[in-house]
Design a binder for this molecule. Structure first.
Ligand SMILES: C[S@@+](CC[C@H](N)C(=O)[O-])C[C@H]1O[C@@H](n2cnc3c(N)ncnc32)[C@H](O)[C@@H]1O
Length: 384
C-alpha cells in the first residue's frame, strides 16, 4: 500500500508546526495507561507528547513528512535539555534573541537527519519553530489582512477574557456575528484559498459540498461552545501566540516537563507512510491509535485496506481515535464485526474539541474475537 497524497509538494516542508486537533479529547477516547503501546500520527509532535503524559509502555510516532519528524525531534530534545523558560523561548512562545545559541545546546542530541535539516534552516529556528508551518502561516495571513477588517483588538481581547460559555454566546450574538465576519471569513476559508495557501488541493480531492459554509458553522461552535479560558487554538489564531500559562498545550506546560523528560525514551519516531509501516510490524503490535484525519486524503478503497491493516496490527480491545474534516470515512461495512464504533463517545469528543475545524470524531474499538466466540466467552467467564 502507498499513500495517495505523499507526493504533494506541501509534504516536503513543515505543514503543521503545532497540532490543530485537541489532544484532550483523544486522551478521553483512548484512555491510555501503562500497558498500552500507542501508535500516533506525529505531525507537529504536540499531541503524541501529550499522550506520553499518560505513561504508555511505548509510543510510536509516525509521519511520512520528514520535516514533521525533524520538528518533533527538536521539541523532544528541547524538552529534555532546556529549562522551561528556555524551552518556550527556543520554540517561539516567548520573545528571544538567543535562539541560535539555545539550538546549539540541543543540536548534538538530534539524529543526523534532524541535525542536517535544522542546520540548513537557521531562519526557522530564529523565528521560533512553532510558527513555521504552512498552516500557521495561513492563520498569520488571516490575522494580518482579514481579521482587522472584521474586528478590532478590543473585541478579540474581550472574547479571550470571557470566563463562561454564556458570556461567549452573548458576545458572539451581540458583537461578533456581523455581516463582515460572515462575508470575509467565508471568502478566506474556502476550498480554493485554503487549498492554495493553507493546505494543498490534493487534501481536498475527496471533499464534497461548501467548505466555507461548513467551516463558519464550526467556527461559531468553537467561539460559543468551547471555553475560551483554556482554548489555546483560539488564542493563537487571534493573537499569533500562546499568551498565558492557562492556554498552553499539555506538552509545553511547566508542570508536565519533568514527567515528559522521564518518558521521552519510550518514544520511537518513524519517518514512513502508515500504509507501508503497518504491514511491516507483527500482528497485535498496538493497543491505541491516534490517526488524526488521515483517511480524509484517501479513497474509500484505500481506507478499507488500511482499516484491515489496523485490525491486524491491533490487540483485542484496541481503540482507534480519528477525525473527519470534510470526508466521511466510517469503518468499512466488511469489517463491521471487528470494528465497533462508539458513536456517543465520538460525538462527545467532537463537541468538546477546542480546535473546531472538524466534521466528526470517530472512536472505534477493535474486536479480534467476535462477540460470542469461544475465546471471548471464556474471557468473560474468567472475568466474572
Ligand atoms: C493528517 S494531517 C492533518 C492535520 C490537520 N488535522 C488538517 O486536516 O489539516 C497530520 C499529519 O499526518 C501526516 N500524514 C498524512 N497522511 C499520512 C500517511 N498516509 N502516512 C503518514 N503520515 C501521514 C501529514 O504529513 C501530517 O503531518
Amino acid at each position: 500500500m502507498r499513500s495517495e497524497v505523499r507526493v504533494a509538494p506541501v509534504f516536503r516542508t513543515i505543514l503543521y508546526a503545532q497540532a490543530w486537533e485537541d489532544p484532550e479529547v483523544d486522551r478521553m477516547a483512548l484512555r491510555i495507561g501503562p500497558g498500552d503501546d500507542v501508535f500516533a500520527i506525529a505531525a507537529s509532535g504536540d499531541n503524541a507528547l501529550a499522550f506520553l503524559l499518560d505513561e504508555p509502555r511505548s509510543l510510536t510516532a509516525l509521519d511520512f513528512n520528514l520535516t514533521q519528524c525533524c520538528l518533533m525531534e527538536l521539541k523532544m530534545a528541547a524538552i529534555a535539555a532546556l529549562e522551561h523558560g528556555e524551552l518556550l523561548e527556543l520554540l517561539g512562545v516567548r520573545p528571544c534573541r538567543r535562539r541560535a545559541a539555545l539550538y546549539r545546546r540541543i543540536r548534538d542530541a538530534l539524529s543526523a537527519k534532524a541535525r542536517e535539516y535544522w542546520d540548513a534552516h537557521p531562519e526557522i529556528i530564529e523565528r521560533g519553530v512553532i510558527h513555521a508551518g504552512r498552516f500557521e502561516n495561513y492563520f498569520r495571513l488571516f490575522r494580518r489582512f482579514v481579521l482587522p477588517l472584521i474586528h478590532g483588538q478590543r473585541i478579540r481581547r474581550d472574547l479571550l477574557a470571557c470566563r463562561t460559555l454564556a458570556e461567549q454566546r452573548r458576545l458572539y450574538d451581540r458583537r461578533w456575528n456581523t455581516w463582515r465576519w460572515r462575508l470575509l471569513f467565508r471568502l478566506f476559508f474556502n476550498r480554493t484559498v485554503m487549498g492554495r495557501f493553507g493546505r494543498d488541493p490534493a487534501m481536498f480531492k475527496y471533499v464534497e459540498g461548501d467548505v466555507a459554509a461548513t467551516i463558519i458553522r464550526r467556527a461559531e461552535h468553537g467561539i460559543t461552545a468551547t471555553p475560551a479560558r483554556t482554548n489555546w487554538f483560539m488564542e493563537y489564531i487571534l493573537t499569533g501566540n500562546y499568551q498565558t500559562a492557562e492556554r498552553l498545550p499539555p506538552y509545553l506546560r511547566e508542570e508536565n516537563q519533568p514527567r515528559l523528560r522521564r518518558l521521552l525514551e519510550r518514544v520511537k519516531l518513524v519517518n514512513d507512510e502508515i500504509e507501508a509501516f503497518l504491514p511491516s510490524v507483527p500482528a497485535g503490535s498496538f493497543s491505541k491509535y491516534y490517526l488524526s484525519d488521515i483517511f480524509e486524503y484517501m479513497s474509500e478503497q484505500a481506507a478499507a485496506a488500511l482499516f484491515a491493516e489496523l485490525v491486524r496490527t491491533s490487540r483485542d480491545g484496541a481503540i482507534l481515535s480519528y477525525r473527519e474534516m470534510m470526508v466521511p470515512r466510517p469503518p468499512p461495512a466488511a469489517l463491521r464485526e471487528q470494528l465497533v464504533e462508539d458513536a456517543e463517545l465520538g460525538a462527545r469528543c467532537h463537541e468538546l474539541d477546542r480546535a473546531f475545524f472538524y466534521g466528526a470524531h470517530r472512536v472505534v474499538t477493535v474486536r479480534k474475537q467476535p462477540a460470542g466466540s469461544a475465546a471471548a466467552s471464556t474471557r468473560a467467564g474468567a472475568a466474572g
